[in-house]
Write a protein that binds this ligand. Structure first.
Ligand code: AHR
Length: 498
């Protein structure tokens, strides 16, 4: 296959400009009591033969520490608005069971609760993001959860924490006041939710040094009216407003297989992933009208691919495989977040283990890293770096009557001056030559890694866990301030330039 004409793909990186930082929280994760994410995922219990620390799997902690996981959202999702935190503290034998009505109707024994989650975050070295129950819980319940976690003084609730083995409070910054309250979280209208938000948030107190970053339930997809009403009616009472957007190749009724798809579904999935750019711009425009200083962060706390479950698995458990297509989806989405970092403060891919677009899949004591995991690992140098403005004019990728840009990119500069450039080539057939100008920089060396595979549906299995994994990349030439990169078809490439 001939390479695409060098004239077609031009990238200018303004290496000497850039103001905004890429918040590390853009690289965040989400874990719900859903299927095998918590139980059989993070949590195996203290008596398990699988190596664990206080019930939490060691191999998973190690894998997530390796991507510098910055923040973990919990306990849901739809589960959050039916969760009563007091059921998940104290001796296991005293914790009542509940039915997980949203996800398979299975019995939840509440063995993984507040102390276990906070222990998990400490083991991961990440910040917790707790989503409180506004849909079916009381204000007092949410108020007391904050107090239980963060109050240092003496009160019946903080004494209960001490009696359960934790003397000092935990630092907790990110606090969600409900989840999808337009749907599973109570079927509310935005005006009603805005008022409810104001009531609940009033009683989520800052104790001692702890400062809550309160996050209101935001819109799904392009429900711009929800954003408008929330910003107008409650915008001065929250720090973050969420957005949920899932990428489905087809419809909610028949989403499409995670592994059995042709080029047309590859194309549609990536086209829909690129829609995130328009969504963020649309919601940001509304937020700008009420918040020109950009005090309020856009928190994309659920995103990722949603396919049909793997054949033979529980439909309520949302277990799906993860292919090279998901790596491209993650690559373009993270580039979009980087390029909108003036407004996007946090994002949480759904979900960390064994659910939807997972980082990690487990089977008994086995664990594998998905192609999506590798993209998070390759992109980790963007975390906290200064976003660099880019100008990209690239070749189109056409499928049938439709066209999308073949190349997608973002760039950042770390505090030592190293530039990180992440490039995705969405075309499954066509290698591309990208001609980059690194304006304002005298680069002396460039190195990189690539994630690609022979087939668009290549994926890792427990038998072959390393089918899709990063490799060293040296298909580039540096001269003066120009870098010419041979970008393989269907690939994610991350370059480090000094
Ligand atoms: O991530 C799965 C579900 O998707 C979450 O529980 C819910 O918030 C969303 O609809």
């Amino acid at each position: 296959m001939p390479k695409k004409n060098i004239e077609e793909n031009k990238l200018v990186v303004h290496a000497d400009l850039g103001k905004e930082r890429i918040s590390k929280h853009i690289y965040g994760h989400f874990s719900e009591h859903l299927g095998r994410c918590i139980y059989d995922g993070f949590w195996v219990g203290k008596e398990s033969p699988i190596p664990n620390t206080r019930g939490i799997r060691n191999d998973i902690v190690e894998a997530l520490r390796n991507v510098n996981i910055p923040v973990l959202r919990w306990p849901g999702g739809c589960f959050a608005d039916e969760y009563h935190w007091q059921d998940g503290i104290g001796p296991y034998e005293d914790r009542p069971c509940m039915i997980n009505t949203h996800w398979g109707g299975v019995t939840e024994n509440n063995h993984f609760g507040t102390h276990e989650f906070m222990d998990l975050c400490e083991q991961l070295g990440c910040e917790p993001y707790i989503c409180g129950n506004l849909g079916s819980g009381t204000i007092q319940e949410m108020q007391q959860w904050v107090e239980y976690l963060t109050f240092d003084g003496q009160s019946p609730v903080s004494d209960m924490r001490r009696a359960n083995g934790r003397e000092t409070p935990w630092p907790v910054r990110f606090w969600g006041v409900g989840n999808e309250n337009w749907g599973c979280g109570g079927q509310m209208r935005p005006e009603y939710y805005a008022d409810q938000y104001r009531r609940y948030a009033t009683y989520c107190r800052n104790f001692g040094e702890n400062r809550l970053y309160k996050i209101a339930c935001g819109a799904s997809d392009s429900n711009y009216n929800w954003t408008e009403v929330l910003m107008r009616e409650a915008g001065s009472f929250f720090d973050g407003l969420s957005l949920h957007y899932y990428t489905l190749p087809n419809t909610w009724e028949a989403k499409g297989s995670a592994t059995q798809f042709d080029e047309s579904e590859w194309f549609t999935t990536l086209k829909k992933a690129l829609f995130m750019d328009e969504l963020i711009a649309g919601h940001s425009n509304i937020m700008d009208r009420y918040d020109a200083e950009r005090r309020v962060g856009l928190i994309v706390d659920e995103w990722g691919a949603w396919y049909d479950v793997e054949p033979g698995t529980n439909p309520g458990f949302l277990y799906q495989q993860n292919t090279l297509r998901d790596a491209l989806l993650a690559g373009v989405t993270l580039n979009i977040f980087n390029n909108h970092c003036e407004r996007v403060y946090m994002a949480n891919i759904a979900q960390t283990i064994n659910v939807l677009q997972a980082m990690v899949l487990t089977e008994g004591k086995q664990m594998l890293l998905t192609p999506t995991y590798h993209v998070f690992e390759m992109y980790k140098t963007h975390q906290g770096a200064t976003r660099l403005p880019i100008e990209l004019t690239g070749a189109p990728y056409t499928n049938g009557e439709e066209t999308i840009p073949a190349i997608n990119a973002s760039a950042s500069r770390d505090d030592e001056g190293k530039v990180c450039l992440s490039l995705c080539n969405l075309d499954p057939e066509q290698e591309m030559v990208v001609s980059c100008q690194l304006r304002g920089m005298n680069p002396v060396r460039a190195s990189g890694r690539v994630l690609t595979a022979n087939a668009i549906n290549a994926h890792n299995t427990f038998e072959k866990p390393e089918t899709v994994k990063p490799a060293e990349f040296d298909e580039m030439t540096l001269s003066d301030d120009s870098l010419s990169v041979n970008l393989p078809a269907k690939s994610v490439v991350v370059l480090e330039i000094e």
